[in-house]
Design a protein around this ligand. Structure first.
Ligand code: GDP
Ligand code: GDP
Length: 454
């Protein structure tokens, strides 16, 4: 890679895309030696290309993050797929098929110094049958004469050939523009700008101590601020300063007015919870440590997980728990919360103020995990090792393979696994658990979905 110059085409590699929508997948297809790998390196810039040198990571399984003109996408080099195929035509057809089924855009690469071969023609037949946009690349057009040569590739009936030199960079800007044009429309980018305060939902069944906690925070951590310069805050919200930062507790009007929560029906309580959770980025679910975790508590927790918000569980009234019960209580809690072992827990007392200062750091940790993004290269190195060590169990004589994965979004983190077939729910849970073990994600739900080729 280092023997030739690579212009850095990945325009703003550090600029994060807004946390909406998966990055489109662009697959590169073509015979061996036409320059697919060189083209992929050209598209992604030198930053991640090092991944290829990692032993045990096969080239066909490593997709890469790329950016052009502020648009993020994933490039997949299909180079080594189906290495066991008998003849070349079959191999490339199989490769093209996978590309067509998993990609949003297909780049078909032909070596212009050779011209279209029979093998190319066979692949084109299959590509034309698909409804995916195909971009025809005439590679190795290192000079003007070869560029003119590229026009002969109109015969493939894949539209306009794009003459480029992946090796020297010639024509690659125009190609990247064409790739962007062929992609599905971009989700609207939400302007970052100066972000307002973090939005927190304070929820829990009646009498767990929500209004007591809010009052405690307002008193201890300096008065509830009613307005902060430059922010517009809904009058039903409360601004509270904790640990040197202003936080926006959403939908707390009822709590501030000390409306008797217990008198409301559970139905109204749950509506209120849902509204607050929806409006928030992170939820503090208050539980009463002096009582066992009830079904109503579980429903509140579920609503946070299902809404995909970061989660901190605060065990309130810890002052009521005596020393010798604490050990058993921990065991009990582990059992009751075994479906959400990743939730961050703090033991507090709104009454005495115990450990209330632990709340802000816990919220920050949960939010950081909620917005964490794992680079595609690192994700797939890990995934390749995992699926090699523990492949999917064989079902009816075949086992679906995981081809590659991408993180499709953040807040909460969402992953897509591209596979050769549907996965067992148990295997999917296994992958999710291992993903958490490897990358953390403490304090946030994550979503793992499967895109099987069919
Ligand atoms: P792949 O098997 O399709 O991935 O092909 P590679 O990317 O490994 O390239 C095969 C050979 O073609 C290598 O020796 C590259 O240096 C060379 N190559 C790739 N792109 C170009 C190009 O634009 N011009 C020239 N002259 N050679 C190229
Ligand atoms: P809400 O319905 O969730 O807003 O709960 P409240 O804040 O009204 O509290 C319900 C009851 O629990 C009140 O009697 C509070 O004084 C009491 N309480 C709240 N927090 C604590 C705590 O940390 N320790 C103890 N011992 N009592 C608490």
């Amino acid at each position: 890679l280092s023997e030739f110059e690579i212009d850095d085409y990945s325009a703003a590699p550090d600029a994060e895309q807004a946390p909406s929508g998966p990055a489109p997948v662009v697959a590169v297809v073509g015979r061996p030696n036409v320059g697919k790998s060189t083209l992929v390196n050209r598209i992604i810039g030198r930053r991640q290309a090092v991944v290829e040198d990692v032993p045990g990571v096969t080239r066909d399984r490593v997709p890469y993050d790329a950016q052009w003109n502020g648009r993020r996408f994933t490039v997949v080099d299909t180079g080594g797929w189906e290495p066991d195929a008998k003849d070349r035509a079959a191999a490339i057809a199989a490769q093209a098929e996978i590309a067509v089924q998993t990609a949003d855009v297909v780049i078909f690469v032909v070596d212009v110094t050779v011209g279209a071969t029979d093998v190319d023609e066979a692949a084109v037949k299959m590509l034309r049958r698909s409804s995916k946009p195909v971009i025809l690349v005439a590679n190795k057009a290192d000079n003007q004469n070869l560029e003119i040569e590229a026009t002969s590739l109109w015969s493939l009936a894949l539209g306009e050939p794009h003459p480029i030199s992946a090796l020297h960079g010639r024509g690659s800007g125009d190609l990247l523009d064409a790739i962007l044009e062929a992609m599905p429309p971009a989700p609207p980018i939400i302007e970052g700008g100066p972000r307002g305060p973090r939005r927190v939902a304070l929820v829990g069944r009646p009498n767990v101590g929500k209004s007591s906690l809010l009052n405690r925070l307002a008193k201890e951590e300096r008065a509830v601020v009613d307005s902060v310069a430059g922010t517009t805050v809904d009058p039903v919200d409360s601004l509270v300063e904790m640990d040197g930062e202003v936080w926006q507790f959403v939908d707390t009007a009822g709590l501030r007015k000390r409306v008797n929560q217990a008198s409301g029906t559970e139905y109204y309580a749950s509506l209120r919870t849902a509204g607050a959770v929806e409006a928030a980025e992170v939820a503090v679910v208050l539980l009463d440590s002096s009582e066992t975790i009830s079904e109503q508590d579980q429903r509140v927790l579920t609503s946070v997980v299902e809404a995909g918000r970061a989660l901190v569980i605060a065990f309130n009234k810890w002052d009521l728990v005596d020393e010798d019960r604490r050990y058993y209580l921990d065991k009990e809690i582990d059992r009751d919360l075994k479906r959400i072992p990743w939730a961050i827990r703090v033991n507090i007392s709104a009454k005495t103020g115990r450990a209330v200062d632990k709340l802000a750091p816990a919220l920050r940790r949960a939010l950081a995990a909620w917005e964490q993004r794992v680079a595609t290269g690192a994700l797939n190195q890990w995934l390749t090792a995992l699926t090699q060590a523990t492949p999917h169990p064989v079902r009816g004589g075949r086992a679906p393979r995981v081809l590659f994965a991408t993180q499709a979004g953040v807040a909460p983190p969402r992953f897509v696994l591209f596979t050769t077939g549907p996965l067992d729910a148990g295997y999917l849970r296994f992958v999710e658990r291992k993903l958490r073990e490897e990358f953390g994600y403490e304090g946030t739900p994550i979503e793992v979905s499967v895109r099987p080729r069919k």
